[in-house]
Write a protein that binds this ligand. Structure first.
Ligand code: HEM
Length: 461
């Protein structure tokens, strides 16, 4: 008869000791994560994780239960057993704040299960068909106008560039929804739509986006982990970023880093709007480089090929329309700049509203917080008209989206009162504001960081 072995139970002390070895850079140290009080050894899995290394690394040595449940299909649960190392002893009594946060997280989990049963995670295919078709109609209008009048009218060039810019912005919101698997149960179809709307139509790579955006979701506004708040040396959003940037300046900085530290960053509020005009071009360039340097996030050769072909097609068609359907170099540049800047402004203003100016958390503090509490306190909801909802692509329900990332966009307004009520019950700060007020908060945050940069630059030199 086979002897069945009791699973090993690790004490919290043993777990902490193993994690400290990882933090100390011990190459032999094993990397563990916790899911539902079970320890998983992901040392040899990190590189092969189909969701990418970066996102998995944000949770090494931590409890990844809620983020794991939020991001994975059934196939991932089937894989978990391969990495099971043992059980983790239950946590000791928590202090009042931590206990409150844990109770809030438990109620959010119950709410999620209830909403699943009630069909809130099922998408309306009609809604998404309408969104895709109406977005493509923008492209047809913009390109049609350029084709018909671009060679004879500068006004037509300006208007068509603006429409194409809005088309790319709307593609961004749709690719975002499909990238979070909000529409189809079969994930493959969501990815097909991301390749079409993201890579081909918009010029943003699926793999680049998933790597960056899912890491942002896993560690929202966590300094050192969330790539969305790591915008140095162009912009510094918080005191951690300022301290890190100025602290890292050598005793003998180069002329360029000294110039940036003294004459650029302390004045970031003044050039913020100018920089946004180039945001779309910068993201498209990063996408292209990521796809051709790093390749597909899940290392699939087929995905890699589709991504690269669709990105090349995007630039070929956009380049052809810019050159062939404009009559002068002046109008070609105008078309290029206006379309890029329109997307840059309209995407970046929304991104800034989502999280900038909301609390930024240190890694140490985040380790002690519940995943759902982090998602709520770092997000900003913006109450708008239906036109505003369209403009922001539903991301104005940012808190609900972060709590339930794969819930279809059209259901977020319905669950907003439920999430808000739970936050009220547990006294978790829920920020709901208007477009202008939220944008002013973003500017104030930039201004505070500029002043800090000025002080730090005076100290440094
Ligand atoms: C042993 C633990 C884990 C296993 C076995 C695992 C497995 C997987 C698998 C199989 C997929 C591909 C899913 C698909 O077909 O779409 C995936 C994707 C992903 N995983 Fe994990 N994972 C683990 C831990 C984690 C952790 C801790 C995080 C977050 C901190 C994470 C975040 C993601 C994300 C964001 C994706 C991408 C989903 C997408 O394509 O949209 N995973 N993982």
């Amino acid at each position: 008869m086979m002897e069945s072995r009791e699973p090993q139970t690790f004490t919290r002390k043993e777990f902490e000791k193993m994690n400290q070895m990882v933090k100390d850079g011990d190459k032999e140290a094993k990397k563990f994560i916790v899911i539902d009080n079970k320890l998983y050894d992901v040392t040899d899995f990190v590189e092969d994780h189909p969701g990418g290394q970066d996102v998995l690394l944000t949770h090494v040595g931590k409890d990844a239960s809620d983020v794991f449940h939020a991001m994975h299909p059934d196939s991932a649960y089937e894989m978990l057993g391969n990495y099971y190392a043992g059980d983790l002893e239950p946590e000791l009594a928590k202090d009042d704040n931590v206990a409150n946060s844990a109770k809030f997280a438990a109620e959010i989990r119950d709410l999620r299960d209830k909403l699943k049963k009630e069909g809130y995670f099922h998408s309306s295919k009609l809604f998404y068909a309408y969104k895709v078709l109406s977005t493509l109609a923008l492209c047809a209008t913009g390109l049609g106008l350029l084709y018909a009048y671009g060679r004879t009218s500068t006004l037509a060039v300006v208007v068509s560039a603006f429409i194409i810019g809005i088309f790319w912005q709307q593609c961004g919101w749709l690719a975002h929804d499909f990238g979070h698997h909000q529409c189809f149960d079969d994930r493959k179809w969501n990815d097909v739509l991301v390749i079409f709307l993201g890579n081909f139509c918009q010029g943003f790579s699926l793999s680049w986006w998933k790597n960056k955006h899912n890491t942002h979701h896993a560690s929202t506004n966590v300094h050192g982990q969330d790539p969305d708040i790591d915008t140095a040396p162009i912009l510094l959003w918080d005191e951690y970023a300022s301290a890190a940037y100025y602290g890292a300046l050598d005793d003998e900085p180069t002329m360029v880093s000294r110039f940036i530290a003294e004459n650029v960053l302390p004045y970031q509020t003044r050039y913020y709007f100018f920089v946004l005009a180039f945001a779309r071009f910068s993201w498209a360039l990063q996408s292209f480089m990521y796809s051709f340097n790093q390749g597909a996030i899940n290392k699939s050769a087929a995905l890699n090929m589709y991504e690269r072909i669709s990105l090349v097609l995007h630039w070929s068609i956009f380049g052809y329309a810019t050159i062939a359907w404009n009559s002068s170099i002046y109008n070609m540049i105008l078309f290029f700049m206006i379309s890029q800047a329109t997307t840059g402004y309209t995407l970046a203003l929304v991104f800034a509203l989502n999280h900038n100016g909301m609390p930024v958390i240190s890694e140490e503090k985040a380790e002690k917080m519940e995943f759902f509490e982090i998602q709520v306190v770092t997000g900003r909801d913006v109450t708008l008209s239906p036109l505003g909802d369209w403009f922001m692509g539903g991301l104005n329900y940012q808190i609900e989206h972060h709590v339930f990332p794969n819930m279809p966009r059209h259901n977020l307004p319905k669950v907003k009162p439920m999430v808000k009520a739970l936050c009220k019950k547990y006294d978790i700060y829920y920020h709901d504001t208007g477009f202008i007020k939220g944008s002013l908060e973003v500017l104030q945050t930039l201004d505070v960081a500029s002043k800090l940069s000025l002080q730090l630059s005076k100290k440094a030199f």
